[in-house]
Design a protein around this ligand. Structure first.
Ligand SMILES: Cc1cc2nc3c(=O)[nH]c(=O)nc-3n(C[C@H](O)[C@H](O)[C@H](O)COP(=O)(O)OP(=O)(O)OC[C@H]3O[C@@H](n4cnc5c(N)ncnc54)[C@H](O)[C@@H]3O)c2cc1C
Length: 340
């Protein structure tokens, strides 16, 4: 465990905003969570847990401790010719693990290619992309109560996963740290199910080549690179907002205003999901700039730090978008990112 004081988090968040934390604790070993020194810092405050900082916006300096999780390791729990059950420590890099799974001939995670961040953060918002979500593979999550160092294991059902949502954003927020996750991944037998090819652009690119897990990973990574800002160059957390979910009759009402508004069915009866980007673009929010803050050139959902914007400036821009969206649609535009 490494503890430092008055440290800058600028290099530790992909929005690239400066933020000073009073106490920065880096955990590289799971035993640290039970260490008296660690508990001294965490048991009477609400620490902030940090993985890769790719889904968090710092808007002020922090007085609570920041616990950065860098624990590493993987353990195969069970394997046969159909599947592998594997436990992965929270601090592993997510995309490295996705590549590892492909090298080990496991299918599923290739659709979650090229998403920044750590393994431990994936259950927090049930990370999803291209028709696949963390919950589709997750067996269980081991968490540690940071008030007393005790550990419990939650099953997939107990995690209460939803669209970009889980128990970790509600009942267990701030008090339980994800220690590791266990996934059940299917062995690739040469066949790629159509469910992995449903999203715009994938089929078209796939038709032109002999498809393999590797080439599907590359197709998805290439689509993402063409649509999203590079985190090496720009400050961003990807999609800033969730797509609204609403009753079908409300969708019909919105269609009078936005006749070509698409919709997608959800797992909930009579509830549909609409692309916030479609409406934001109609409202003029694509490639809009105020100083160093703006939306991405090709995508209004992606708020971007084009230079030296502060967290407070980014937050103010986000609030303007939400107010405009609400006044024009009467719908709330909820943030997907975690604002601190
Ligand atoms: C360019 C770009 C593209 C993206 N695309 C997608 C996408 O397609 N789909 C998607 O779902 N997300 C996407 N994201 C968002 C982000 O990458 C994911 O949410 C990722 O899982 C965050 O991981 P992290 O380690 O960086 O988490 P952080 O940003 O460090 O933390 C995110 C939240 O999780 C909590 N947390 C982190 N680790 C732990 C832990 N071990 N225990 C308890 N709480 C923890 C933090 O307190 C915080 O509330 C994208 C981000 C970027 C920058």
């Amino acid at each position: 465990m490494k503890i430092s004081h008055n440290s800058s988090l600028k290099e530790l968040n992909t929005f690239k905003v400066d933020c000073i934390t009073k106490t920065h604790i880096v955990v590289e070993n799971n035993n640290d969570f039970k260490d008296k020194e660690f508990l001294k810092y965490t048991n009477d405050t609400n620490p902030l847990f940090l993985g890769g900082g790719s889904n968090v916006l710092f808007t002020k300096n922090l007085t609570q401790p920041v616990v950065q999780i860098k624990t590493k390791g993987k353990e195969v729990k069970k394997e046969n010719d159909k599947f592998m059950i594997i436990k992965i420590e929270a601090g592993e890099n997510w995309d490295d693990f996705v590549k590892w799974s492909i090298e080990h001939n496991l299918i599923g995670l290739q659709n979650l290619a090229y998403i920044p961040g750590t393994v431990g953060a994936t259950p927090i918002q049930n990370v999803g992309a291209y028709g696949v979500e963390t919950k589709d593979f997750l067996v269980e999550v081991s968490v540690i109560n940071i008030k007393d160092g005790t550990e419990i294991t939650l099953t997939n059902k107990e995690c209460k996963f939803g669209y970009r949502d889980s128990i970790f954003k509600h009942e267990l927020k701030d008090s339980y740290i994800v220690k590791n996750i266990t996934l059940n991944l299917e062995k690739y037998n040469g066949h790629i199910d159509d469910k992995y090819l449903q999203y715009a652009g994938i089929k078209e690119m796939a038709d032109n080549q002999n498809l393999s897990l590797n080439s599907l990973y590359k197709i998805i990574a290439d689509i993402r690179k063409s649509k999203l800002p590079s985190i090496e160059k720009y400050g961003t957390c990807g999609s800033t907002f969730k797509n609204p979910q609403l009753p079908i009759d409300e969708y019909e009402r919105l269609k009078e205003q936005f006749p070509d508004l698409p919709m997608y069915s959800t797992e909930i009866e009579n509830i549909v999901k609409i692309p916030a980007a479609y409406i934001l673009e109609k409202l003029g929010w694509k490639n809009k700039r105020v100083g160093d803050v703006g939306t991405w050139i090709y995508h209004p959902l992606i708020v971007t730090n084009y230079g030296n914007a502060t967290g407070a400036e980014i937050l103010s821009f986000i609030k303007d978008m939400q107010t405009d969206f609400k006044s024009k649609t009467n719908l709330d535009l909820e943030t997907e990112i975690n604002i601190v």
